[in-house]
Design a protein around this ligand. Structure first.
Ligand code: GLN
Ligand code: ZN
Length: 766
């Protein structure tokens, strides 16, 4: 018999119950007991949802983040919260997670939150473990053991999920420059204790996640993997060594040879490697194949999967386990919650619950023959072929336009040096020109108006009027402050991707398709199901109206193709590059429409350009080639006098600086304030050729930057970039801030800019 299991289930709940309970707890509205009851109810519900499987996961649930849970289980708790140790442990947990616990809010005794960063190439963020040379681990597995007891009451076969020691170290950060790998021996000691405890709790199989095996590993790290698992070899439980998100490549042999009882591979992204793995894998080991994509929302083509799987099953027999490719954390919980989706599109999708059903069907087909599930297979084939042939998916005109893309479409008419002369003459901006990134505070009132309009409670004309009033207010405020290049403030936009997606063909939106981004924060990614095209202008009226209110240049504001792609669930029936080119043409139409109506400055946000980078550096160039090309197609069809801005919100782009320069935007604004302009070190090696606005105001914090601090940051920038090419702007959009914060901050920013313009002439600094 084929064995089925799951690597992890979404935690947040069908109706985001966990989010709401957490936020209430943090506000002090509910007790810890109430929060814990909600968490228990959710876990029980989720175990029941998985009852069709042979083995269900436990330990995949988390109140905030599973990596942070691991840190607490291993006793690796940052020193800065240990002075609070007399209080409740859950409060310390939230202090590390988010800088404060429920009880600190009132007394303002906050600490620095743990750093947060992306979990591999997903949109989930984890809290980075911290190490230093004095880090010692000490096991505290009470939470996990408690959950195991709860799960054992519900299901027979329980499989705890833990993060493996090597990946745990890999994901963490050494705070004092000491080598993280020096912590390995001590760490393994604690894992030995943990696995012993689990054995005593009646556990047979433990899923130990080592996704680090799909990364490019140095000899030292490979050695660490070997060492860790040889030292865990005597453990009394069976280990299912689990990898996902990519191929093993040169780690394949290593992964096969480790002394564990089972190996899980992502058979969606690493399908080509499976035959080789079966050849290598010793005959006593279990091979778990992740055959259902845990990161996307499309139904699996069950017949096609069986065509591939049956010979594999013939080779492996009882040694074959089936699972999703990775934890289902990255997809929404249940498609059955979606009542408003178009019926066709609905029939093409599978969320977490549906994906587990697919696994059950595949296992049945292998065990009892396809006939035993023939009805389901037929239905599945019908919806798979319906999607393939659907007129809603395929638009010949769009495909033809993509085929006709030529290099000239991505080229400006003249080089930056030439067109910047034209632009300077036209705009007559002062040195150190000031601007913002696009959005201004989204007040409750603005959100309410948008909601009412959506719900049909507000007439279109009244909505337009209300938004125009907001735009006018925003323009007046910017003029009063004295900004040089203005924006309309984006009051009409809920989200920078959703707003555009809703007006393009090829996008669908769910009602409850929430996916955890970090802690209690969830996103609802749009679904790109079909060829994307632009059928009507989206932004011109708003921007034209804003421009009519001022003589200063008004910056048109768009979201770029790569960001639209990276923040959506995308099609799996064509390459990402192909979908990105369609998006590029659609946004290009909007760029040209803005230019046509007389908008002279257009910003195309590529907030998520960097996060699409593949996990392996060897694949970066391929991605950057098409991503940058897509941006160029979007942006570069304009005349010399039109100034193109782009914006990126992250500070590590040293390693992709040359690619970013190839975008050839006239101006780029980037996040830098928190890193103290460290980012600009990259400019020592690479001379960025165009204009740049390093962010000087950390918009993620309520703090108001002082004039002096801004001057200091800009002086550092001016040491590396000619002053004639520097702009002064915040790190990112201001929509999450209040006007009370924004006004003094921008006031200081402008004062700093004027001071710099007076004191730093081009001659002084090169
Ligand atoms: N223009 C957008 C804004 O200001 C950019 C947001 C972002 O980069 N994440 O809100
Ligand atoms: Zn940003």
């Amino acid at each position: 018999m084929v064995t089925t299991h799951n690597l992890g289930f979404p935690r947040i709940g069908r109706n985001r119950e966990l989010k709401f309970a957490l936020e209430k707890y943090w506000k002090g509205d509910i007790s810890e007991q109430a929060l814990s009851d909600t968490a228990t109810d959710l876990r029980i519900q989720h175990w029941q949802d998985q009852s069709m499987l042979d083995w269900i996961p436990v330990g995949d649930f988390s109140l905030y983040d599973h990596v942070l849970d691991m840190s607490f289980m291993l006793g690796n708790i940052p020193e800065r919260v240990s002075s609070f140790s007399a209080s409740n442990p859950i409060d310390n947990y939230f202090r590390v997670a988010r800088g404060r616990s429920a009880h600190d809010a009132a007394v303002h005794s906050c600490v620095n939150a743990g750093e947060m960063t992306k979990w591999f190439d997903t949109n989930y963020h984890y809290i980075v473990p911290e190490f230093n040379r004095n880090t010692r681990f000490a096991l505290n597995a009470d939470h996990l053991l408690e959950q195991i007891q709860q799960a054992q009451k519900i299901h027979q076969q329980i499989k705890p999920v833990i993060l493996g020691p090597v990946t745990y170290l890999w994901l963490g950060k050494s705070k004092d420059g000491s080598d993280k790998l020096d912590r390995l021996d001590d760490l393994i000691g604690v894992y030995v204790q943990l696995l012993d405890l689990l054995k005593h709790a009646g556990i047979h199989w433990v899923q130990i996640d080592e996704p680090v095996l799909v990364m490019e590993l140095t000899q030292e790290w490979k050695y660490a993997v070997r060492k860790a698992y040889y030292q865990l070899q005597a453990t009394p439980v069976n280990l299912m060594l689990t990898t996902y998100f990519g191929q093993l490549q040169d780690n394949l042999q290593l992964a096969c040879e480790l002394p564990v009882q089972g190996l899980h591979l992502d058979a969606v992204t690493a399908r080509d490697e499976i035959d080789k793995v079966i050849d290598w894998l010793p005959g006593h080991k279990i091979l778990s194949l992740g055959i259902v994509n845990g990161r996307n929302i499309w139904k699996t083509d069950l017949t096609q999967t069986l065509n591939w799987l049956e010979p594999v099953h013939a080779r492996l027999q009882e040694r074959l386990w089936l699972a999703p490719s990775c934890s289902l954390l990255h997809v929404p919980v249940d498609l059955d919650s979606e009542q408003k989706l178009d019926a066709d599109i609905w029939s093409w999708l599978a969320f977490a619950t549906q994906k587990l059903n697919e696994i059950e069907v595949l296992a049945n087909a292998l065990d009892h023959g396809r006939e035993s599930v023939s009805g389901i297979l037929q239905e599945n084939s019908a919806s798979v072929s319906n999607r393939k042939q659907s007129k809603r998916v395929h638009y010949e005109n769009t495909k033809a336009r993509v085929r006709e893309i030529n290099e000239a479409m991505g080229m400006r008419q003249s080089s930056y040096d030439q067109r910047s002369v034209v632009q300077r003459k036209q705009f007559r901006l002062p040195l150190f020109p000031t601007t913002t990134i696009g959005s201004f505070p989204q007040t409750l009132e603005i959100r309410q108006k948008r909601r009412d309009f959506r719900a049909g409670k507000l007439l279109e004309t009244d909505y337009q009027k209300a938004m125009r009033k907001e735009i006018e207010f925003c323009v007046r405020e910017q003029e009063a402050l004295g900004l040089d290049v203005l924006v309309h403030g984006e009051p009409e936009r809920n989200d920078m991707v959703e707003y555009f997606g809703e007006q393009l063909a090829g996008f669908a939106f769910t009602q409850f398709g929430w996916v955890q981004s970090y802690g209690s924060r969830c996103v609802k990614p749009p679904i790109i199901y079909g060829d994307v095209s632009h059928s009507h202008v989206i932004t011109t009226e708003w921007i034209q109206y804003a421009q009519s209110l001022t003589r200063k240049p008004m910056k048109g504001m768009l979201t770029g193709p790569v960001t639209m792609l990276n923040w959506s669930f995308v099609r799996d029936d064509q390459s990402r590059a192909q979908t990105c080119m369609q998006l590029a043409l659609a946004i290009r139409d909007e760029v040209l429409a803005l230019e046509q109506v007389g908008i002279k400055i257009i910003q195309i946000d590529e907030a998520a350009m960097r996060e699409g980078l593949p996990l392996r550096k060897s694949q970066w160039n391929d991605y950057l080639d098409w991503a940058i090309r897509a941006f160029r197609i979007t942006a570069n069809g304009v005349k010399d006098e039109t100034q193109i801005h782009t914006h990126m919100c992250y500070s590590e782009f040293n390693d992709i600086m040359a690619a970013i320069a190839r975008m050839d935007a006239d101006v780029i604004t980037i996040e830098t304030s928190r890193s103290d302009m460290e980012l600009l070190d990259a400019f020592n090696q690479f001379r960025y050729p165009n204009e740049i606005g390093p962010g000087v105001y950390d918009i993620h914090s309520p703090n108001i930057p002082s004039v002096d601090s801004i001057i200091e940051l800009m002086e550092k920038a001016a040491q590396r970039i000619p002053v004639a090419r520097l702009w002064v702007n915040p790190d990112c959009g201001l929509k999450t801030r209040t006007w009370e914060e924004v006004k003094p901050a921008l006031h200081n920013m402008i004062a700093a800019s004027r001071h710099l313009a007076r004191n730093l002439s081009t001659g002084q600094i090169s």
